[in-house]
Design a protein around this ligand. Structure first.
Ligand code: TYD
Length: 136
């Protein structure tokens, strides 16, 4: 399995009024959240992500609908299905990720450990592979 990635089960507080799930920094995730962004209006055939990060840690949640995330550490790939708002995929540093197969109306919420910094991105897969395989 790809070491820096794991599915995290979140608390779900369900009662007759509906359901509430929660992510607490320091409990459910090991990083402080510096940034939140979300993906929506997604064409079904779209591919999001398609990059890696040098240091960024993220938790991705399908808050509505479902989609899949393939993660790649330069040696192996794995595919995770996100199909419930009480589940999140933690993606650690040096992981190439593709978000695919969005259901109609799906919304993806991302909690990130750092502010946006283009210098933290690998946008080129060959460059990512070289670094990942060199243990960078
Ligand atoms: P992009 O990295 O292509 O999105 P994704 O990897 O989720 O498919 O980002 C799309 C645009 O949004 C790009 O112009 C950069 C901008 N952006 C920000 O300004 N801040 C952010 O926190 C993020 C994630 C993206």
């Amino acid at each position: 399995r790809i070491k820096p990635c794991r599915m995290i089960e979140l608390a779900e507080h369900a009662d007759p009024r509906g359901s509430l799930s929660v992510v607490e920094a320091g409990k459910d995730i090991d990083f402080e959240v510096q940034r939140v962004y979300y993906l929506y209006n997604l064409p079904m055939a779209t591919v999001r992500g398609a990059h890696g990060h040098r240091t960024l840690q993220q938790l991705v949640i399908a808050v509505h609908g479902q989609f899949e995330i393939t993660v790649d550490d330069g040696f192996r790939t794995e595919r995770y299905l996100l199909d419930h708002p009480r589940r999140g995929l933690f993606i650690g540093p040096m992981t190439w990720r593709n978000l695919v197969n969005f259901s109609p109306g799906a919304v993806g919420l991302v909690l990130a450990s750092e502010h946006y910094d283009e210098a933290d991105y690998y946008r080129d897969y060959a460059e990512f592979l070289r670094s990942a395989r060199a243990g960078a």
